[in-house]
Design a protein around this ligand. Structure first.
Ligand SMILES: Cc1ncc(COP(=O)(O)O)c(C=O)c1O
Length: 397
């Protein structure tokens, strides 16, 4: 166990001012949720915005609404390597997960495998994921979905604030979700957002959301204590402490399909005060670190000139699986914040096992064994980047 300066793998730090805004939002008549919704509608120029208790709740709500509109369809296409919350939300909505292999270069779909999934008439939706904030090719998925009655769901859980060709991530699919969880592009401790320009879908989502409770006193108290703890403990000088406490299970990936569906609480909505300026500044800082790493010689995904992504962790593949293990161990000892992310593919999640032919997802399997992410959060200094690069150079080939 390391005691001393330790970088968090990802962070969207909260300030005391934001926590005070969160507390002010608990006062009668503060209307922070209405304010946040209106700002999102204006910023993204979409008519329908919904605030939920988490990103996975947002995805489950989208799927429940789609299910109501298309009761004959019951499958959802998801990348075979993604956050476990995605298949969990599909199961939570009473639907079937249909994993599709990925391209190790882009972490987006292996396009040669998408066509067969579209054609079967069972697909309700296809999830296009901006993993770690790297822009996915949503347009390509939309073109492939066209004519098959499949809704393209933009999973921008990790990508809020990014842009592609001058268009905002979150407005590229038929419907989109963001996560406001810890370590995301923007955080209100926890929370989720749905955006859609479709009136039909917007109405169906409103029907689902309308009967959900707003996070209440209990959740507000929990989120206030988390926010106060994060204010201090996410800083590199203190981050070793929560990391050392095993019961916090920091960085562990858990599959849980029994999560609650609620609307975002007032405290979290209050925390979002000033989010537009904050997210732009965070994007710039993170992108600078990504570019500094690439300039130093780190070989990661190509960032096209016409993108301004909000990358929350920079993913790379370490070809030698044993070397990857040693890299992660060294990073742990040195407190450099290099992280292993999701431990396996979607088809191998123990709760989903035996439903799929595991040999169908060779690229996802390859990635799961080799991926690590480098930290690019606002706490990463130029001397950290040098040290991260030196370590990377020792273990990559
Ligand atoms: C790609 C992706 N989708 C969905 C989610 C779900 O978001 P939340 O953690 O807010 O439930 C996450 C969360 O990490 C994610 O990374």
């Amino acid at each position: 166990m390391r005691i001393g300066r330790t970088l968090p793998p990802a962070a969207a730090p909260l300030s005391l001012k934001e926590i005070l805004s969160g507390l002010a939002a608990l006062l009668p008549g503060a209307a922070a949720r209405e304010r946040f919704e209106a700002e999102l509608r204006e910023y993204y120029r979409v008519p329908h915005v919904f605030l939920l208790s988490s990103g996975k709740a947002a995805l489950a709500v989208i799927l429940l609404a789609l299910k109501e509109l298309n009761p004959d369809r019951d499958e959802v296409l998801v990348p075979a390597y993604t956050c476990y919350s995605v298949p969990a939300a599909v199961i939570r909505a009473g639907l079937k997960v249909r994993p599709c292999d990925i391209d190790p270069q882009t972490l987006d779909y292996d396009w040669s495998r998408v066509g067969e999934a579209m054609a079967g008439g069972r697909l309700l939706g296809a999830v296009s994921t901006h993993l770690f904030g790297l822009p996915a090719d949503v347009e390509r998925l939309k073109r492939m979905a066209a004519g098959h009655g499949v809704t393209v769901i933009e999973d921008a859980a990790q990508a809020m604030g990014g842009e592609v060709g001058g268009r905002k991530i979150g407005t590229l699919g038929d419907v989109a979700l963001f996560s406001l969880g810890r370590g995301k592009a923007l955080s209100t401790v926890s929370g989720g957002i749905i955006l859609t320009g479709s009136d039909e879908l917007g109405e169906a989502i409103a029907g689902v959301v309308g009967v959900l409770p707003v996070e209440g006193c209990h959740e507000n108290l929990k989120n206030i204590s988390y926010a106060l703890a994060l204010l201090v403990l996410v800083r590199p000088n203190f981050f070793w402490l929560p990391k050392a406490i095993a019961i916090l299970k920091l960085g562990e990936t858990i599959f849980d399909a029994s999560f609650e569906l609620k609307r975002l609480g007032d405290f979290q909505a209050g925390l979002s005060n000033g989010w537009q300026e904050k997210i732009a500044a965070l994007r710039e800082t993170r992108l600078k670190s990504v570019m500094a790493m690439i300039t130093a010689g780190v070989c990661g995904p190509v960032i096209s000139n016409h993108c301004a992504p909000n990358i929350i962790k920079f993913p790379i593949l370490v070809n030698d699986v044993d070397a990857r293990g040693r890299l992660l161990l060294q990073s742990e000892l040195l407190g450099l914040g290099i992280s292993a992310v999701y431990p396996g593919t979607v088809p191998k999640i123990p709760e989903l096992k035996d439903r799929y032919d595991e040999t169908e997802f060779p690229h996802a399997e390859y990635v799961a064994k080799r991926i690590v992410t480098l930290p690019v959060n606002p706490y990463v200094t130029s001397s950290d980047i040098k040290r991260i690069y030196e370590l990377y150079r020792q273990y990559s080939d």
